[in-house]
Design a protein around this ligand. Structure first.
Ligand SMILES: [Zn+2]
Length: 70
């Protein structure tokens, strides 16, 4: 259980760049709604992750992106 949450955390630590929800969903093969919930949880629970409005490193669209802050 909590696989998307753990996978996203691991993915962001391994890829020190900014990613939007859609690209994270593709990267870990989860649905965007699962990823959206998981990122909310990451942002609320761990200071090691941060979100901001920026250009996604993968799809180059301007939207909310998340990254590992460490
Ligand atoms: Zn993207």
């Amino acid at each position: 259980m909590d696989a998307p949450y753990q996978l996203i955390g691991q993915f962001l630590r391994e890829h020190p760049d900014v990613f939007c929800v859609d690209c994270l969903a593709k990267a870990i093969e989860a649905s965007p709604s699962q990823v959206s919930m998981a990122t909310q949880r990451l942002l609320a629970g761990e200071a090691a992750f941060a979100a901001r409005l920026d250009i996604c490193s993968r799809c180059a669209r301007r939207r909310m992106v998340i990254r590992a802050a460490a």
